[in-house]
Structures are given as C-alpha cells and as structure tokens.
Design a protein around this ligand. Sequence first.
Ligand code: BTN
Length: 308
Amino acid sequence: MMQTDWISGQELADQLNISRTAIWKQIVSLKEAGYAIESHKKTGYHLIDQGDRLTPLAIEQHLQTKQLGRKILHLEETETTQRIAHEQAQQGAPEGTLIVCDYQTNGRGQLGRTWHEARGAGIAMSLILRPEAPLHQAGQLTLIAGIALAKVLRTLQVPVTIKWPNDLLIANRKVAGILTEMQTEADRINSVIIGIGINVQHKDFPEVLADRATSLKLATGQSFARAEIVALFLNEFEHMYQRWLIDGFASFVSEWEHHADRLNQEVTLRTRQVSVTGYLRGIQSDGTLQVETAEGIKTFHSAELIYW
Ligand code: BTN
C-alpha cells in the first residue's frame, strides 16, 4: 500500500483547522455511516471503501444527463423526500433537481400508505419536473418512470414486471413503487414530483410485508450499487421524458405492455365505487387501463389491482 493512502490525524486537523478530537469524532460518524476506514496509531487514517453510498459524487460518476440529477440534495436521514422536494419546488428549484436520502423515517406511499425503509438499504428519491403539459397528462409520467426503471433493472439482469400503474414486481413481490404528486397553479402544472422507492439491499421485511415485498438482493442474491441505479434511471428517464414532451404518450404503450405484469390474465381491480374482474388487455394511448369484462371492455383512470 502506498504511503499516500494514509493521512495522519494531525495533517487532517491542520488542513481543516479543527482539533484532533474533532477529527476523531468525524471518523467515528463516517464509520457509522458505512465508510470503511482503517485507523492506525502511527500512520493515521486510510479510506478502504466508500461503501454503498448514495452521495451526489457517487451518483454523478455514472450520470450522463443534461438536466436531470444535475442538482442533487442528499440527506442522511429525513421523514420523506417528497416533502423536501415540494419545499424545494416551491422555492424555485430547477427542473431535474433530485432529493435523495439514505434513510427515510416516514416514507409516503400511494393511497395514504407508508413506504417501509431500512437504513442504508434502499433508494428513496424525489425528482422535480416542470413539464409544459396539460394537468391530466401528468399521471403518464408515472408510467414512463416505471418503464424507465424496469428497463434499467432488466439491463442489470433483474426480471421485473410492472403492475399498473406504478409498482415494480419480481415474481409477484413488490421491489419498487412510484408516487407522483403535483403542484398546480390555476389549471397549469407548476411542478411534478416523482417519488421513487426501491428496495435494494434489504435482508428482510416486517411481518406484514414479508410475503409481498422483496429487494434486489433477496430476489437475485446479488449486491447492487444504489448510486449507479439512481444514475442509470436518470439517464434512461431523461430520454423518455424529452420524447414524451415532444411526441406525447402513445409511442410508450407497447413498451409499457412489454413489461406489464399479468397482461391478458384475469385480474381483479377495485375503484372507490366498484370491484371488477376481467382480463387485463393493456393500456390506451392516454395511459388508462383496459380490462375486458363479461360486459365488454372497461377503461380505468385510477384503480388498484388486487394481488394480495
Ligand atoms: C408506493 O408504491 O406506494 C409508492 C412508494 C413511493 C415511495 C417513495 S420513496 C421516495 C419518495 N418519498 C416518499 O415519501 N415516498 C416516495
């Protein structure tokens, strides 16, 4: 090992103009945060491995976008990245601003549910977009984000499918979810916040989720770098987002159906008013779901497919 790999506590203290005790305290918290740091009385400190960090630097290493993720706000811990993203959007954060955090203590899911998180194991991120598009089309971004994430995970050899509208599954268990929220002004979109949660390194789940959730690690036995997944998603999604802004949603239908879970199979879905059983026939050019029932084809803007 080269001598330059090591730095003494005194050198660090001099460079940063703080005490050696302060350096030591920072090293302890860096170790707790997942950095592998070797300490030696004579030679000082040595960074062996940055660990699976979700820092801007780690994400930027894989980023090829023009705008998405070019401004990243990274938090070690927060209640929900959605709230931070809403605040940032209100304060004028530019399109593409990304909020990521290592540990989300009160993650929000669809339909008022919570999103379970394990410290340092998942990806919790919220992306701010400012599309010039009619309000009613904003939900299509959820579908496009789902396709982008499915494509990325499939390139990493993970066999995911999409449960309409926004769950990613591996063998019938949920591995990722998307929550799209909007800020509007009169009848125009001010911002769209796309919140994505991905279970990456989780080794287990609370009992209530145990038979319906999975992680990339549990499902494949492999480890994945969270920062790389974030960047690959942004790279993919940026192209698709630009395409959507220019050409609309119609050209995404076949891509979505390619990843669709239970296509042409019998499903049951629930809306606020009714429960319907029929064959899932895909989506229309506006993103609505089509189900063939005994009474004919029915179209749904919002509904929940009942799997579990
Ligand atoms: C769902 O499947 O119910 C949607 C889950 C969305 C979770 C993500 S994690 C990042 C962002 N912050 C939140 O509080 N929720 C979304």
